[in-house]
Write a new protein. Structure first.
Lengths: 101, 482
């Protein structure tokens, strides 16, 4: 299913991986460049359609703000949540340094 | 032993009447799991002790004359992207292995309130992204009809469990066909309800505007029964619809006289001889029994696949940003928080998930947003309005569930676009938020089952059930072994 024209470049794949916080091997970069290009090439059928009078839909149903009474209800216990944390300290999630010195 | 694995409907009835105990029923299914699951790999996490204590509690309730629920003693399998309190939930991903949710999804609460017995968690394509259950960190699930073939996906484990009588019924989730396609591949019934009819609270999100939980069963009646248990308003899901509850079982075994049924002319070019024959047979049966068959046109439906494969990955890339090694699941160390997140996500996610995150991130990125995601959103509007026009003239639409029957392992793994094509007939209902059901109908050239779908307008789930039930009955009258 390879296309004559590439719809995404290796550099773009590397840029997108950085945005998505993924590190790709050279092999993966090559593979994803081909595969994403195939998929985007297929989706290219959408370009050129006249959609100027159509509003975008983000959702299948009309969403409205949902309000509730501001009443304290039962919530999940902190300690129970922290049981699943890779690392916790003083009832909080612990992460590596945000800034290197 | 012959009647042990009858319908969920009959199981609940017999348990209520004390003609069989919940424990006896459960042991039959546990025996099947013991003998078959090693080969089929439908269940990835299972706990007999919990299930047995649930069965004991139901038998005790009945003994002491207490009321029991509509699913009394019915053993059910749960797709492993639905949270179960204190019971490992992984989405078949290395990034979540070992995670024990601190709460139950609303559907789990609803099922246990109706006295269903939770057997365990079933395999899926990682984070529900896939059409074959080959993209699982726990290895693939096999199709019980032919173990050299895939069971479909992403809810392949749930479909396999029901077909192989390792569960009476099951829950799956359907974002682009992930219930209906495996149901078709495994020769059972699977339904995607209207978006918002079933709470998504506790369903680990893939594409939030498309995801919907729904039932698998051996019959339309069993799916309707499970839908009765899991549907209803949930304040914990802001997209949950606050509407009167219907009794979906009451729409089973009704006539279809005077109903108008549409065939989508734009799908014709995707139908090979086998699919054409099974669709024609279905239409003929419905016509002979009083329905009117009409050809209809949905001009934008042919763009559904492109639209979906921009919208779903875009939403996925955003939803899966939460897996960063901070609060739950895998953490791979790094010198700073950024490195830790990159290392964790790189090790934790499989190839298909990475591919979709990349695609979605690209479709949403600066400079490409309008061309890809923006365009796809407009096509979604165009498709919804196509359906709206069609449903002015017809009550339901019928079409095939999949372009082929179950394919062989590995045959589409290296060509994601070919894999995505499996979803061509199922995706439109997700984009529109409409209900759709797949029932077994006909066989492909390799004697693997094919499915027919019945689609309807939003909130017309009862019509979908009514027509599916009628077609199921008519099919069995023609060929009792289908």
């Amino acid at each position: 299913m390879s296309q004559d024209k590439s719809f995404i470049s290796k550099d773009q794949v590397l840029h997108v991986a950085k945005l998505a916080k993924l590190s790709l091997t050279e092999e993966e970069v090559a593979k994803f460049t081909d595969q994403l290009s195939d998929i985007l090439g297929y989706a290219n059928e959408l370009t050129g359609l006249d959609l100027s009078n159509i509003a975008p839909a983000a959702h299948p149903i009309d969403l409205e703000n949902v309000f509730r009474q501001d009443i304290v209800a039962e919530s999940i216990d902190n300690l129970k949540v922290l049981e699943n944390a890779p690392e916790a300290l003083n009832n909080q999630f612990k992460v590596p340094p945000i800034l290197n010195d | 032993m012959t009647n042990q694995f009858e319908s969920a409907f009959d199981i609940a009835q017999k348990i209520k009447e004390s003609s069989i105990t919940a424990k006896e029923v459960l042991f039959g299914y546990l025996e099947n799991i013991r003998s078959k699951n090693g080969d089929l790999n439908a269940f990835i996490t299972q706990n007999d002790d919990i299930a047995i204590s649930q069965a004991d509690a139901i038998d005790q309730k009945i003994k002491s004359g207490k009321e029991v629920g509509i699913l009394a003693g019915v053993p059910i399998a749960i797709k492993d992207n639905i949270c179960t309190n204190n019971f490992e939930t992984t989405c078949s991903s290395n990034i979540l292995k070992g995670w024990n949710p601190p709460y139950d999804a609303t559907v789990i609460k609803n099922l246990t309130a109706e006295d269903a017995i939770i057997l365990g968690k079933t395999n899926l394509d990682e984070f529900a992204m896939g059409s074959s259950t080959e993209h699982s960190a726990f290895g693939p699930t096999k199709n019980p009809i032919d173990t050299t073939r895939v069971p479909g996906g992403s809810s392949g484990g749930s479909a396999c469990a029901v077909k192989a009588e390792m569960a009476s019924v099951a829950l799956g989730s359907d974002t682009g066909g992930s219930i209906r396609q495996p149901a078709a591949f495994c020769g059972i019934v699977g339904m995607k309800p209207t978006y918002g009819l079933v709470s998504r609270y506790g369903l680990i999100a893939f594409a939030s505007s498309l995801d919907q939980i729904g039932p698998f069963g051996k019959s339309v009646r069993d799916c309707a029964l499970v839908l009765n248990a899991i549907s209803g308003h949930d304040p914990r899901d802001s997209t949950s619809l606050n509407i009167d509850k219907d009794d979906f079982v009451s729409h089973v075994d009704r006539d279809i006289k005077g109903l108008k049924i549409g065939l989508i002319s734009e799908f014709n070019e995707f139908l090979d001889d086998r699919l054409k024959a099974s669709l024609t047979d279905a239409a003929d049966l419905l016509r002979e029994n009083g329905a009117e068959i009409l050809e209809i046109s949905l001009p934008y439906v042919k763009y559904s696949l492109s639209t979906y494969y921009l919208i779903a990955p875009a939403e996925a890339s955003s939803n899966l940003a939460r897996f960063d090694g901070v609060r739950y699941g895998l953490r791979v160390d790094g010198d700073n928080v950024d490195e830790m997140m990159i290392n964790t996500r790189t090790k934790g996610f499989g190839q298909e998930v990475k591919r979709r995150i990349m695609l979605g991130t690209y479709a949403l990125s600066s400079g490409y947003y309008d061309a890809y995601y923006g365009t796809a959103q407009k096509l979604r509007t165009a498709l919804i309005s196509d359906f709206k026009n069609a449903y002015r003239n017809v009550d339901v639409i019928i079409c095939p569930t999949t372009p082929t029957g179950a394919f062989k392992f590995g045959s589409k793994l290296d060509d994601p676009l070919q894999m995505y094509m499996s979803d061509i007939f199922t995706i439109p209902s997700n984009l529109a938020g409409h209900p759709a059901i797949s029932i077994p109908f006909g066989l492909d050239n390799d004697s693997m089952p094919l499915g027919i779908q019945i689609l309807a307008d939003g909130l017309c789930d009862s019509k979908v059930i009514r027509v599916a039930s009628a077609l199921e009955t008519l099919r069995d009258q023609v060929s009792p072994k289908n």
